[in-house]
Write a protein that binds this ligand. Structure first.
Ligand code: 5GP
Ligand code: MN
Length: 349
C-alpha cells in the first residue's frame, strides 16, 4: 500500500470529473520531455481504458524522435503543426488535465486558449510555486515525476486495474527520465514499489532504457565530443561549468530536436563541479538549462537572471539577445551569488 500523498479531497473531485466528463483534453509544457509525454500518455491510455472515447493530448511544439515509439505518441496533437485544431480541442473539452507544468506561460502560445477554456481544469504537477488557475491543483514538488503522480492518482481512484501495459510503459518513461535513470531525486523507496507494479504490468525497463538513451545519431555523439572538448569552460572557484553552442555550431552537427538532451548533465561528472549551465542559441531564442547537485538552488538563479524557474537541481530559462550577452549575464550571476549560495557550492559533500 502506497502512502497517501495526494489529498483525498483532490482525488474525489477529480474522480467526479473523470466519471462525468465526456470530452477530455490533456496538455503538457512546451518542449515536452519524457515526463511531460509519459504522464500525458499514461493518463490518456487510462481514460481510454476507462471507456472515454473523446480524449486528446495537445502539446505546444514537437518532441524528440526517441519518444516517438511511445504508445499513443502518434495521436498527440502538436499545436505548431495544427494550431486551429489544437485550440478547438482545448475550447471544447469538458475536463482539461494540465500535466507537468504549474503556470500558464509554460504552454507558450497555448496559454491564452488554456486560460480562456471553460472546461474543468485539473493540475497534476511536481514543480514548486504553482499558480492558481485550476479547479483542482495537485502539486507535490517532493515527488520526482508527474508520471509517478499520475500513477498514484489512478490508484487512489481505485482503478489500478485500468492501467494497461501501454499506460505503464509511458509512466515508466517519465519516472526514468525525470530522475536521470534513478540517479537523482530517487531515494524515495515507494518509487521502486511502483516500478515493481509497472513491471508486473509488462514493462520491459531495460528495453525502454535502450529505446530512450541508446538511439542517438552519429552527429549528436560528435557534437557532444565537440561541446566537451572545445566549448566547456570551468569556473573552479565557483565549482561551476558552462557549455555554450551557437546556431552555427548546432547547424554544423545537423541538430534536430532532442540532440543536445543530457549535455547539461555531463560536467556534473567532474569531481567538484556542482553547478552547470548549458546555453544554446536557437533561431528565435537563447535557451538556458541549469543543473546542480546538493542544495544549490539553480531555480533561483534561473528566475533571477533568465526569467525562468523549475526544480532546485534542474531548471531553465530563456534569453532574448546574443549568445555572448547571455554568457555575460551568466557570469555576472556567478559573481553575485549570495554567501549562502556560494557556501552550497564550496562545502564538501
Ligand atoms: P531543461 O533544462 O531540461 O530544458 O529543463 C529542466 C527543467 O527546468 C524543466 O523541467 C522545467 O521545470 C524548468 N524549465 C526549463 N526551461 C524553463 C523556462 O523557460 N521557464 C521555467 N519556468 N522553467 C523552465
Ligand atoms: Mn517533470
Amino acid at each position: 500500500m502506497l502512502k497517501k500523498i495526494i489529498e483525498e479531497e483532490h482525488i474525489q473531485k477529480a474522480k467526479r470529473y473523470v466519471e462525468k466528463g465526456n470530452s477530455f483534453l490533456i496538455i503538457a509544457h512546451v518542449s515536452p520531455d519524457g515526463d511531460a509525454l509519459g504522464s500525458s500518455l499514461g493518463l490518456y491510455h487510462f481514460l481510454n481504458e476507462y471507456g472515454k472515447d473523446k480524449v486528446s493530448v495537445v502539446v505546444p511544439n514537437n518532441f524528440p524522435s526517441y519518444y516517438k515509439w511511445m504508445p499513443g505518441s502518434k495521436d498527440i496533437v502538436i499545436y505548431d503543426k495544427y494550431p486551429e485544431f489544437a485550440e478547438q480541442l482545448i475550447s471544447e473539452a469538458d475536463v482539461i488535465f494540465c500535466l507537468d507544468f504549474n503556470e500558464p506561460n509554460r504552454v507558450g502560445k497555448l496559454s491564452e486558449a488554456l486560460l480562456a477554456a471553460g472546461g474543468r481544469k485539473v493540475m497534476i504537477d511536481h514543480h514548486p510555486n504553482s499558480a492558481d488557475f485550476c479547479r483542482v491543483t495537485m502539486s507535490y514538488p517532493e515527488i520526482s515525476s508527474t508520471s509517478e503522480l499520475v500513477f498514484r492518482f489512478i490508484c487512489r481512484m481505485g482503478m489500478f486495474e485500468l492501467i494497461s501495459k501501454e499506460a505503464a510503459e509511458c509512466i515508466y518513461v517519465g519516472m526514468m527520465t525525470d530522475t536521470g535513470s534513478f540517479t537523482y531525486n530517487s531515494n524515495h523507496p515507494e518509487i521502486y514499489a511502483i516500478i515493481g507494479e509497472l513491471i508486473k504490468k509488462g514493462v520491459d525497463k531495460d528495453l525502454i532504457y535502450r529505446k530512450v538513451y541508446q538511439v542517438y545519431s552519429e552527429s549528436r555523439m560528435r557534437m557532444m565530443g565537440y561541446a566537451l572538448h572545445e566549448k566547456m569552460k570551468l569556473y573552479p572557484k565557483q565549482h561551476t561549468a558552462l557549455i555554450t553552442l551557437s546556431q552555427d555550431e548546432l547547424k554544423r552537427f545537423h541538430y534536430t530536436t532532442g540532440d543536445t538532451e543530457g549535455f547539461v548533465n555531463l560536467p556534473l561528472n567532474i569531481s567538484g563541479i556542482k553547478f552547470v549551465a548549458f546555453i544554446r542559441e536557437y533561431l528565435d531564442v537563447i535557451k538556458v538549462s541549469l543543473r546542480s547537485t546538493g542544495d544549490f538552488p539553480c531555480n533561483e538563479f534561473a528566475g533571477k537572471y533568465f526569467n525562468g524557474g523549475g526544480h532546485k537541481n534542474a531548471s531553465g530559462g530563456e534569453f532574448y539577445g546574443t549568445l555572448p550577452e547571455a554568457v555575460a549575464i551568466f557570469e555576472k550571476g556567478l559573481s553575485e551569488l549570495t554567501p549562502l549560495m556560494q557556501e552550497e557550492l564550496t562545502k564538501r559533500t
